[in-house]
Design a protein around this ligand. Structure first.
Ligand code: GDP
Length: 294
């Protein structure tokens, strides 16, 4: 799995190899930290997070007296990514919602989660709560056929909360373990969208106490710092439990993981590393940092 991560992160790794080269140079420490800061910014880590990394690194140098900056940087990044627990809920039966803007990878990510938990022996059902886009529903149906699992959908334009209500009744009656709810990524305004999501969430918690166990914000890593802007909008919607960061393959902007985790105070729980159902990895701070800086 670690080799797969390294391979899929190749473009981001290429970028981080400049940091490796910097550590191998014999530059004096102040200059080195200055350049490291610039490289972090270029790697889409963002100004605020890069500031924090550099000051954390200075602190570690001071405390340990060590000159092994690479090892200290790894420690700093792992600590930063470990601030919040990254493991997904393992309570069953469970309802998980996927939220995020269109095109970010919600539907594909729902399919990946379905595939993963099916492989773990769970009975998985999908609900197409984006009733505004016919294409989104069709796509989820296609995944359902491919993975051989039921997909609940409503009429085009139906109230998404009522589709979710129906899905939960079927989910409970058939004793399934995991219901994945794919939601709309766009309405006339963000305000409307957030109200819609709140309504869906309310129906879920009313129909299944303790649910939704996860509300995953799906973010496209290729848009770098814009992911933060998007996430801030979605953070107005209460209860997001973690990030599903998609498209980490094919981008040099994997450094945005650090900014996302740090600035949004949310754990990254899953990573999407391709377009097929098996292209999912659970996020591990240690493996991620090791993959970037090895
Ligand atoms: P949604 O509108 O948020 O539901 O997004 P979709 O699931 O339809 O995904 C939009 C596009 O991104 C599709 O072409 C997906 O195949 C692609 N995609 C989703 N996740 C990944 C990923 O992890 N890596 C790559 N390379 N493409 C992805």
């Amino acid at each position: 799995m670690f080799d797969k991560l390294k391979q899929k992160l190749s473009q981001t790794r290429e970028f981080f190899s400049r940091i490796e080269q910097l550590f191998q140079s014999n530059k004096p420490q102040p200059e080195l930290l200055e350049e490291l800061y610039e490289l972090l910014i270029l790697a889409d880590v963002g100004v605020a997070t890069s500031d924090r990394i550099i000051s954390g690194l200075r602190e570690r140098v001071r405390k340990t007296g060590s000159a092994d900056l690479k090892a200290l940087l790894k420690q700093e990044l792992i600590a930063m990514l470990s601030n919040r627990p990254a493991t997904a809920s393992d309570a069953w039966p469970a309802v998980w919602m996927l939220v995020g803007v269109n095109g970010g990878g919600k539907t594909t990510s729902a399919a990946k989660l379905a595939y993963r938990y099916q492989a773990l022996g769970k009975k998985v059902m999908l609900a197409a709560a984006d009733t505004f886009r016919a294409a989104a529903q069709e796509q989820l149906q296609l995944w359902g056929r491919r993975l051989n699992l039921p997909v609940v959908q409503g009429q085009s334009g139906a109230d998404p909360a009522s589709v979710v209500y129906d899905a939960i009744q079927s989910f409970k009656a058939r004793n399934f373990d995991l219901l994945l709810v794919d939601t709309a990524g766009r309405l006339h305004t963000y305000g409307n969208l957030m109200a819609e999501l709140e309504k869906i969430k309310k129906v879920i918690s009313r129909e299944l106490p303790g649910a939704p166990q996860e509300i995953l914000l799906v973010l496209d890593s290729t848009i770098g710092q814009n992911a933060i802007v998007q996430a801030r909008e979605f953070n107005r919607f209460s209860g997001i439990t973690g990030i599903f960061l998609t498209k980490l393959d094919g981008t040099a902007r994997g450094g945005s993981v650090l900014a996302v985790a740090e600035e949004l105070h949310l754990p990254v729980k899953f990573m999407g590393i391709g377009e097929s159902e098996s292209d999912l990895l659970e996020f591990s701070p240690e493996s991620f940092v090791e993959a970037l800086l090895s």
